[in-house]
Write a protein that binds this ligand. Structure first.
Ligand code: B3K
Ligand code: ZN
Length: 896
């Protein structure tokens, strides 16, 4: 479909359906190119709606039969289009039988029923079920499903669907079948089917109330030794939800299946989660600490959806953040608790801060740019053309921040009470974000009407703070104001409720107790102020000296904090802020200031000079043995390039890259002795285990190697090469390789080749190899551009445009994580982008749209780069047969 023909769906146009479905009985006769799906639907009229037809959605279906109560529909009672059937039916109940034929082998979209490595898998969220059979494909239609899967025993010995296995048996011609029954009503987006040649890792556990449950992780033969970590994560998630929210697993059987071809990370289908192999498989030789961490959090995320998403689901897709924002918040809390528990009492706070810093980094690098570009939308969008384009950082990550603010405002107990009330009201139904916030409001007796603006307003708020010290009175007057810049379609903004956690640091580096004017006693050293008007003042009293304010502690709201701080004050907070998150942020702000100044110098052809004050502040953090390694690794990592480009006016990737190279070389060479000592001094246990303390040490060593290689420090490079050769696990091996490649040192090519030889048959590890090369920096202007390497890798035997992981690794990394090499002045990067987006779109529009988004913020770049981008954007817009997915992105990008 051409983009201009894709209709816009609006939130305010929601209408309940005249008919709904109570029960679904599905029969699949699986054949690679001709699967026959027989669906029996028990339908009833919706009493709340006066009258109307029964509406079914479909997409690329071959319809073999359709009967109503056993008869062909009466002439004149059926209206059909390629994507919709409307049936006029007398009476209040009807049984429909529909037979469709579909072609899983030809389904390259990976939405609906498709094949991957000889097996059959489904993905139905958001609107994939309509690619399997005709159905009212909306989340507010919740039905009980029974599913019979019939397939060839040799190629598909395992036949799975949602719920409980109730029957299985042999059939003629080498075929067999299994029948599954899901006791819980669910929307069709949670339906799943797997028929494949898999093996299983099983564990039996008792739930809090003593019920035995069977947990399974299904993987391809040969991968069983990589399934244990996902299983552990599942058990931890189960326990955590019982303890934290009193939520128990409601099924007798819970299955996770790993598949190699998958558009995103994983899917929370009821009782049958389907996962990208990337988020299941791990063993020390193939997975890094970061992989282990991601697996744990994605397994938990999908598990938590069982309550927040499945038991209580979304009324319509505009409410997506109801389940996603809340579930991301839950998985973030889970990961923080897991890290804190592993770290032990003394290091717990720092371990939590490290997790929080990770989340803030993602928000700043992915969500802030989105909120400042043509795709900016509230966490609950008002309209869309293609819902799959709205599984965004805003809906997920900013959505989680909004839930976190509720948690901050109401406190853990108040939040828990709100959750309990939410489930007591809405279990088993499809609801809206208003329903959630109302439950929070009622449980806490707190008016949250103004808070709801976070659901309707797009754009990142700016919070400006200024303090005035009155030495004579010993008081500090803090003035805080807010402002949200206009976003497309939303010029006017109102004042939001912003929880602002603050502390005041004395000249000795110690936090002062916070006492507001009019209060009898001080109340703690960190307090949450609530800014709910455009501007407000707070006066702190009883202070012995002028304090340094530490604002937005723990990143208490998803805002950009604008505060005047000179270099000395940033260095002071880098050294003393008691809030680890803010201590990190002080380092980020200082680094940002230095990098943007260097970039401005590079753009003007002036000499670049790194202020000594920054090097000193950096060195102090590096040498501070009291700080744990994981925190030091965070604090010494420079801000993400995507975030810095966002802060640059206009964005000039080449100048920024020159600045980064210069800063990396300066730090690496000035601190080479410290960095080497650190690599040699941090002792690692011989045996790899995934543990935050070990992971922190590995992260810090790898970061040190990176600086050393960036500086071409001969001994540092030798250390990296040695660690690469002798590594006993993937974190060390890949960290050393990445450092060599990042420094573009002579040893890099040989190491890349050795890595390839070792892992040539391991698809997931090769994704790392592709991504690393796509992200290569050019340190020698005479060297060939990274683009040439990316083009060569596109032709590598291990690469395939049909596998989303490969596309994300090679093209995604190049377009998003390597701005200077992608945004080449001659526009050759953009030509590659257009060519690949068009090629991908013909096979898999969802993946193509993700790649297309790499250029949406094109107007932020220098005029010369914009001029090179426009024709390529237009080339994609004008491509024959462009999908609605890509069409929506490009139209919004080009809109005036
Ligand atoms: N709910 C799925 C995402 C579905 C994406 C559809 N394009 C995974 C998750 O958020 O848990
Ligand atoms: Zn989710």
């Amino acid at each position: 479909m051409k983009a201009e023909h894709a209709p816009t769906i609006r939130r305010t146009e929601f209408m309940p359906l005249p008919w709904t479905v109570l029960r679904v009985d599905l029969h699949f006769s699986l054949h690679p190119e001709a699967t026959v799906v027989t669906s029996r639907l028990a339908c009833v009229r919706n009493r709340a709606v006066d009258a109307g037809a029964l509406v079914l959605d479909g997409d690329e279906l071959e319809t073999l039969a359709l009967t109503i109560d056993g008869c062909d529909p009466q002439p004149g009672t059926v209206r059909r289009s390629a994507s919709r059937i409307e049936l006029d039916i007398d009476g209040d109940e009807a049984e429909l039988e529909i037979v469709t034929r579909i072609n899983p082998r030809a389904n390259s979209t990976l939405s609906g029923l498709y094949q991957s490595r000889g097996g059959y898998f489904t993905q139905c969220e958001a609107e994939g079920f309509r690619r399997i059979t005709w159905f009212p494909d909306r989340p507010d239609v919740m039905a009980r499903f029974t599913v019979t899967v019939e397939g060839e025993r040799a190629s598909c010995p395992v036949l799975l669907s949602n719920g409980n296995l109730v029957e299985e048996g042999e059939l003629p011609d080498g075929r067999h079948y299994a029948r599954w029954e899901d006791p819980f009503p669910k929307p069709c987006y949670l339906f799943a089917l797997v028929a494949a040649d898999l093996v299983v890792l099983e564990r039996r556990e008792l739930t809090a109330s003593g019920r035995e449950v069977l947990l399974q992780v299904w993987v391809e033969a040969g991968n069983l030794d990589r399934a244990g970590h996902a299983m552990d994560a599942l058990v931890h998630a189960m326990r955590w939800d019982e303890e934290t929210f009193g939520l128990e697993l409601d099924l007798d059987r819970y299955m996770i299946v790993a598949v190699s071809d998958f558009n995103m990370g994983a899917m929370e289908n009821k009782g049958l989660n389907i996962f990208n192999t990337k988020y299941v498989l791990a063993k020390p030789d193939t997975a890094t600490d970061a992989d282990y961490e991601h697996i744990e959090s994605v397994v938990a995320h999908e598990y938590f959806h069982n309550w927040t998403g499945n038991r209580v689901t979304c009324r319509d897709w505009f409410q997506l953040t109801l389940k996603e924002g809340l579930t991301v918040f839950r998985d973030q809390q889970f990961s923080a608790d897991m890290l804190a528990a592993a770290a032990g009492a003394e290091a717990a706070a720092s371990a939590r801060a490290v997790k929080r810093i990770d989340d803030v980094r993602v928000l700043r690098a992915a969500q802030f740019p989105e909120d400042a570009g043509p795709m900016a939308h509230p966490i609950r969008p008002d309209s869309y053309q293609e819902i799959n384009n709205f599984y965004t950082a805003t809906v997920y990550e900013k959505g989680a921040e909004v839930i976190r603010m509720l948690h901050t405002l109401l406190g853990p107990e108040g939040f828990r009470n709100g959750m309990d009330l939410y489930f007591s009201y809405h279990d088993g139904s499809a609801v809206t974000c208003d329903d959630f916030v109302e439950a929070m409001s009622e449980a806490n007796g707190r008016d949250l009407d103004q808070f709801m603006l976070w659901y309707s307003q797009a754009g990142t708020p700016r919070v400006k703070a200024e303090g005035v010290w009155d030495g004579a009175a010993g008081s500090y007057l803090l003035t805080v104001s807010q402002y949200t810049p206009p976003t497309p379609g939303q010029a006017e903004k109102q004042a939001l409720v912003i929880p602002l956690a603050i502390g005041l640091i004395g000249p000795d580096g110690e936090d002062r107790p916070l006492q507001l004017e009019g209060e009898a006693h001080p109340g703690g050293t960190t307090r949450v102020l609530e800014l709910s008007s455009e501007s407000r003042q707070w006066r702190f009293v009883g202070l012995d000296a002028e304090p340094v304010p530490s604002l937005l502690r723990g990143f208490s709201a998803p805002v950009i904090l604008e505060v005047e701080e000179d270099d000395a004050r940033l260095a002071f907070r880098m050294a003393h802020d008691a809030d680890a998150c803010n201590r990190w942020d002080a380092a980020q702000r200082y680094a940002e200031r230095v990098l943007l100044a260097l970039a401005a110098a590079a753009a003007d052809g002036r000499a670049m000079a790194v202020p000594q004050g920054f090097v000193d502040a950096f060195a102090r953090l590096l040498r501070d043995q009291r700080l744990d390694a994981a925190f030091r690794a965070q604090a010494l990592s420079l801000p993400a390039e995507a975030y810095l480009l966002e802060r640059m006016q206009p964005a000039d990737p080449a100048a920024l890259r020159a600045a980064q190279i210069h800063l990396g070389m300066t730090l690496g060479s000035m601190l080479a002795d410290d960095l080497r000592a650190l690599v040699e001094g941090l002792v690692e246990p011989a045996e790899y285990r995934y543990h935050p303390a070990d992971a922190g040490r590995r992260a810090l060593i790898n970061l040190a190697l990176r600086y050393l290689c960036a500086a071409r420090d001969a001994r540092g490079v030798a250390l990296a090469a040695q660690r690469f050769a002798e590594a006993g696990n993937m974190t060390d091996r890949f960290g050393a390789l990445a450092a060599l490649v990042h420094g573009a040192v002579a040893e890099a090519e040989g190491a890349l080749a050795a890595f390839y030889r070792r892992y040539r048959d391991d698809a997931l590890v090769l994704d790392k190899w592709f991504a690393l090369q796509a992200g290569m920096w050019r340190r020698d202007p005479a060297a060939p551009p990274t683009l040439a390497r990316v083009r060569a890798l596109l032709a590598d035997a291990a690469f395939s445009l049909a596998n989303p992981n490969k596309v994300y690794a090679l093209l995604g990394s190049f377009f998003r994580a390597n701005p200077a090499e992608f945004h080449l002045p001659d526009g050759s990067g953009y030509a590659l982008w257009a060519e690949q987006v068009i090629a991908l779109d013909a096979a898999n529009p969802q993946v193509a749209a993700r790649m297309a988004r790499a250029l949406e913020n094109w107007r932020r770049f220098t005029p010369a780069l914009q001029a090179a981008m426009r024709p390529q954007l237009e080339r994609v817009r004008d491509a024959e047969g462009l999908s609605a997915d890509v069409g929506e992105i490009i139209d919004k990008a080009l809109a005036d």
